[in-house]
Ligand binder design. Sequence first.
Ligand code: PLP
Length: 221
Amino acid sequence: MNDTFLRENYQKIVAQLPATVKLVVVSKTHPAEKIQELYTLGQRVFGENRVQELLEKQTVLPKDIKWHLIGHLQTNKVKTIAAFVGTIESVDSERLLEEINRQALNVNRKIKVLLQVKIAEEETKFGMEVSETKELFQKWLQGAYPSVEITGLMGLATFTTDENQIRREFSFLKHLFDQLSQHKSLETLSMGMSGDFPIAIACGSNSVRVGSAIFGERDYR
Ligand SMILES: *Cc1c(COP(=O)(O)O)cnc(C)c1O
């Protein structure tokens, strides 16, 4: 397979990222062949938002891919990905964190997670309020979820053309990230997608989740 469009888009994005910023290629809705193509170019981290789709791709693709779950995760599905998932970026409740801890223990590993914080001023996004995020982080620091490793925070800005609003929302999350880091140094601040990753990086993101700028527009989601 020779997908020049895909390769060029990918290399264009990579060239725009500072060396300190990690790229999670969001491959949801795109076939395993395209993921394999980017794997051949050296990409190892991919993001999916649906468990079923993640499972299908994980089965047929190289085992050293680091899979990030970036969409809302139902507690009853944690079990199916616990043995291999790289990072669960979308932890949005205490119940979910508890279940990840339980399933991680079951498969005898530590699972990396990000706490997803609601930063968008619009009402539609998943994520926890700041107060809940802080409480959960404190409980974890005190040893409540020993099979989970909280490595950072994730957030989605409002889908808007108002750059000031986007900057405000990302800066808000960066501030929280710095606050929590005073208690325990955190590795990952995941913010920024195809439409807003340059702003996110300017606001302190060190991990961006980019899909359509690499693959082209999706039909849905
Ligand atoms: C789909 C998705 C992305 C990537 O969006 P693009 O606009 O295609 O780059 C990033 N993060 C999350 C949580 C997503 O669901």
